[in-house]
Design a protein around this ligand. Structure first.
Ligand code: ADP
Ligand code: MG
Length: 758
């Protein structure tokens, strides 16, 4: 197979869906005209539908109107692509367009409806039919299904739907999704099941399927590996990979007023899509040496499909109704640019990571193992026969596989029967004592057990070989089948018709161009009148063209301004967010700590994420950092609390807390230290004596009486000096009983001092 290294353009086709019921009911105008023969889409402006503005015309590789059948699209546009995948090329089909214009309809179509099924199911049928008709080739087909939502990759076929996958790059095979599951499929039914499982998983995670599908990209990947012996008897493997991409809706997502999580979401929703646009622009531009593939997951993953080793078809889906005209024009402009991308597809021959090769080698290895086993058995049997019959038996001879199978079965049966016979003989042998019998029986049973095990192991091995072999598909069995033959003819005819149509279209397009050229060439005029006529016509035409171009420039400028405004808005929001983070850092994180973190931070190119280096490796000389104080004597830093708790309750275990240690930042004091007031020594002495504990007071009732009556006695038993104490104070009366002895029998009550006389 020769490798074609020539470049070819991305093929762009446009499909316009029919008006839907809602649009019909609301009586919307159709503003899209589709010229299938010329491959042109004509869009009228609904506002100034009258004479002043010319309709906008776009030319594509082919265009499909609302009457187009799924199978027409497939035969004309997708079949050749899938055919080249079967030859070992990479192929990609993108469906691009506003939500609700038929991307999913084109890619998947209506399930269980042969007429209306889309590219994906049609390609299943195509691939497996091709394999069943092939001869002397071995195929391995596998499928993967993934989704990109908000720049996260989800494997739609994995059991764990919460897991997010990463992109990796290898120099030989390029970018791939790490740990993406892929299923080897043997038939249309099997691969359909894979697709259904993925579709179910896609809708399960989404709260609103419509919104979800309009914001996520779904990629179904079919890998076809084919091995064939060349003329020299050497085995060659070709691998073709088909990416079937249902892109997110291309309409602008409103970002107004978004903040925090919602802003993050809004900025990420169409990141992949705008990155795709940027990649296309810079590829077409020709001036830019840097193609921003790395800006998004989608463009990175499909790097080969855009300007690389792949054949690519882009289907731009549009709606006909007038209220969508802006989006329709945007879609047409976008895909019009994509026409100019040049790819360099070539056949992928004998890649290192071909699964088919692994399968073939594994099968060969297992077969060898099986061979060895049967060899061993035969040897054993040969010996046995030698002994019993004295017949010569050649060892190690190769036999037919079928014979071998028969032999094997015979051998097992013989062995089993023999053991059974021996067991019976022992049972019936009366000469043996019971114990001896039991022993012998046990021995025989063990032998039977071993025999069974060995047999099972052999069977398992051959089952494994069979299972693996069944996954490798070979065709050519029903090639003579009559209906098959007819079908093949029919397909060939259809293909021819498609080819014919394509050529017709190309010729028409060329004729259009030539028409204009010849007009210029006819410069010889028979009369002045004719010259004026022709020149006026020409002028009119050129003027119309000029107007169209001017209008186009105006439109594009407007679109640019819109886009720019949106970007600016996003930028403003992001700057605000960033300022808040700065504010927090500046006010709440000590400078020293901030610097430490900044020094440790680095950007991981692989994961496209900022990361922090482990703490032990921050110094360049690879020294370990000194242990933190809290860790001295322990294996890891421990809090004081944990240490104490471990001493009192040694059975407790504490994990090291993963907390950054910071010294407490004490605030400046706003209070004064307490200062005792300065008291004169006299007052101090008085106070001290007054505040003496009252328990020490002893009251002498008789002394009290005399004290009230006359001058105080000189050295009574009363210890307290009374002079400094106010008479009315409670304390003077509390130690004594209320029945004071002033006049025996009458209690001593304080006198009222109120203003109201009694
Ligand atoms: P998208 O995936 O772009 O959001 P869908 O594929 O879900 O859009 O299409 C929206 C609706 O329009 C669906 O009900 C689909 O059946 C219908 N539709 C789209 N294209 C066509 C078409 N060419 N012919 C008939 N119905 C169509
Ligand atoms: Mg969709």
């Amino acid at each position: 197979m020769s490798k074609s290294k020539s470049s070819e353009s991305v093929k762009v086709v446009v499909r316009c869906r029919p008006m839907n019921e809602r649009e019909l009911a609301a009586n919307f105008q159709s503003v899209v005209g589709v010229d299938v023969k010329l491959g042109q889409i004509v869009v009228r402006n609904p506002r100034e539908a009258s004479a002043s503005e010319h309709p906008k015309v776009f030319t594509f590789d082919s265009v499909y109107d609302w009457n187009s059948k799924q199978i027409d699209l497939y035969d004309e546009t997708f079949r050749p692509l899938v055919d080249s995948v079967l030859l070992g090329f990479n192929g990609t089909i993108f469906a691009y367009g506003q939500t609700g214009t038929g991307k999913t309809y084109t890619m998947e179509g209506v399930r269980d409806d042969i007429e209306r099924r889309g590219v994906i199911p049609n390609s299943f049928e195509h691939i497996f039919t091709h394999i069943s008709r092939s001869q002397n080739q071995q195929y391995l087909v596998r499928a993967s299904y993934l989704e990109i939502y908000q720049e996260e990759i989800k494997d739609l076929l994995s059991k764990d739907q919460t897991r997010r996958l990463e992109l990796r790059e290898r120099p030989d095979t390029g970018v791939y999704v790490k740990d993406l599951s892929s299923f080897v499929t043997k038939s249309v039914r099997e691969i359909e099941r894979v697709m259904n499982v993925g579709n179910q998983n896609r809708s399960v995670g989404a709260t609103n399927m419509n919104e979800h599908s309009s914001r996520s990209h779904a990629i179904f990947v079919i890998t076809v590996e084919c091995s064939e012996l060349d003329d020299d008897g050497e085995n060659h493997i070709r691998v073709g990979k088909l990416n079937l991409v249902d892109l997110a809706g291309s309409e602008r997502q409103t970002k107004t007023g978004a903040q925090g999580e919602r802003l993050k979401e809004a900025t990420k929703i169409n990141l992949s899509l705008s990155a795709l646009g940027n990649v296309i622009s810079s590829l077409v531009d020709g001036r830019s040496s840097h193609i921003p593939y790395r800006d998004s997951k989608l463009t990175r993953l499909l790097q080969d499909s855009l300007g690389g080793n792949a054949r690519t078809v882009m289907v731009a889906n549009i709606g006909p109704a007038s209220y969508n005209v802006e989006e329709t024009l945007t879609t047409l402009r976008y895909s019009n640019r994509a026409k100019n991308i040049k790819n360099k597809p070539h056949i992928n021959e004998d890649p290192k990571d071909a699964l088919l090769r692994e399968f073939q080698e594994e099968i060969a290895r297992l077969k060898e193992q099986l061979q060895k086993r049967s060899g061993r058995k035969k040897k054993r049997r040969g010996r046995r026969r030698d002994g019993s019959d004295g017949e010569d038996q050649e060892n190690g001879e190769m036999e037919d596989e079928e014979e071998d199978e028969d032999d094997k079965a015979d051998y097992w049966r013989e062995q089993q029967e023999k053991l059974e016979r021996e067991r019976k003989a022992i049972m019936e042998d009366h000469s043996l004592v019971a114990e001896g019998k039991v022993l012998l029986l046990k021995e025989k049973e063990k032998k039977m057990e071993d025999l069974k095990k060995e047999r099972e192991a052999g069977e398992m091995l051959s089952a494994k070989v069979k299972a693996m072999e069944s996954k490798l598909l070979v065709g050519g069995k029903n090639i003579v089948d009559h209906t098959n033959e007819q079908q093949k003819m029919l397909e060939l005819r259809r293909q021819e018709i498609a080819e014919q149509k394509r050529r017709e279209r190309e010729m028409q397009q060329q004729m259009e161009n030539r028409d204009e050229e010849t007009l210029e060439l006819k410069e010889t005029y028979s009369s002045l009148h004719q010259e004026v006529d022709i020149k006026t016509k020409k002028l009119k035409k050129l003027f119309a063209k000029l107007q169209a171009v001017k209008a186009e420039i105006h439109d594009i400028q407007e679109a640019h301004i819109n886009e720019r405004q949106e970007l600016e808005q996003t930028q403003n929001e992001l700057t605000r967010d960033l300022k808040l983070k700065h504010l927090i850092i500046e006010n709440f994180i000590p400078l020293e700590e901030k610097n430490k973190i900044v020094n440790r931070a680095y950007f991981d190119e692989e994961d496209e994420y900022w990361k922090i280096k482990p703490i032990t490796r921050i110094e360049d000389d690879h020294q370990m950092m000194s242990r933190p104080l809290s860790a001295v004597g322990c294996r890891r830093p421990l809090s004081h609390y944990a240490r104490m708790a471990m001493i009192t309750r040694p059975e407790m275990r504490y994990k090291g807390e993963n907390i950054m240690m910071l010294d407490l930042d004490l605030p400046a004091r706003t209070t004064k230290e307490y200062q005792e007031p300065v008291i004169a020594p006299k007052v101090a002495a008085a106070l001290e004596s007054a505040l003496k504990d009252e328990d020490e007071i002893q009251v002498d009732a008789s002394g009290f009486h005399s004290r009230l009556g006359s001058a105080p006695p000189a050295g009574g038993s009363l210890k307290k000096p009374k002079s400094s104490r106010p008479r009315t104070g409670k304390k003077s009366s509390t130690p004594t009983s209320p029945y004071s002895p002033s006049s025996p029998g009458s209690p001593l009550y304080p006198q009222s001092r109120g203003l109201v006389p009694k």
